[in-house]
Write a protein that binds this ligand. Sequence first.
Ligand SMILES: [Zn+2]
Length: 318
Amino acid sequence: MQNDIVAALDIGGTKIAGALVDGRGRILVRAQRATPSQEDGDTVMGAVQSVLGELSADSLWGDVRALGIGSAGPVDASKGTVSPVNVPGWRGFPLVERVRALTGGLPVTLIGDGAAITAAEHWQGAARGHDNALCMVVSTGVGGGLVLGGGLHAGPTGNAGHIGHISVDLDGDLCPCGGRGCVERIASGPNIARRALDDGWLPGPDGDASAAAVAVAARAGDPVARASFERAAQALAAGIAATATLVEIDIAVVGGGVAKAGEVLFTPLRKALDDYATLSFVQDLRVAPAVTGTDAGLIGAAAAVIAGAAASEAAVSG
Ligand SMILES: [Zn+2]
């Protein structure tokens, strides 16, 4: 696959991005539309079709061998369907079948957005060279994915590694997922901001009450703002330590908007990890910020196709 080109789609609640990507992970052609997220399913699909139309008008399209999709979840890779939380018109939507029909029967690989970002970080980012890694996105929600034994481990439906919805607080607050005390319920950006406000933190004159504003206050030494980030770091550390103990990862990569807080998050995160990752085989676990940026979804969707092709070639060649 080294010289071939793959097409990639990154489908989220705000935008639908597409690209043609070469075997070294370089983006050669791009197309993007806003997601008509509150419209009916066919209208949303129309935006996907428009992105694919723009990509397929490029002269490089003739070299495209396969297409990868990373989508906001939940996804069901085994059925080829997606049900993104923020796109209500798509519930069990047969995205793989529809994309295949629009692209003349190209092989299509679907993974969740957490798995896509993990594939991108493993191919080109902070998890490169690590055979066992957890990659997480901490922003409005908390998602993630796993690399195990040198390859992406997406699981049967494509959702493995969804660390945001494992419980780290048995009697904690109810989570929108139906669980209780989930990592996301404590560590997501909105929850960091909510906790700081509840505990008496006051936004500045601009009225910005986002997690990014809490991070600025924490950096300036505000004790309530710092405490909210420390609590988020504690939840992340408990989830990371549990994952490491279960499947023996040696690096946890953390990206997303909340990770942009930098040492306001990472310093208490490393400290909390010392409290939770205690057994000999997890003590050397490292935490690193993600390095792939806004293109991570596209690069990861392409990586999933290329890795999948490499695996099937290996299987054929024995
Ligand atoms: Zn949850």
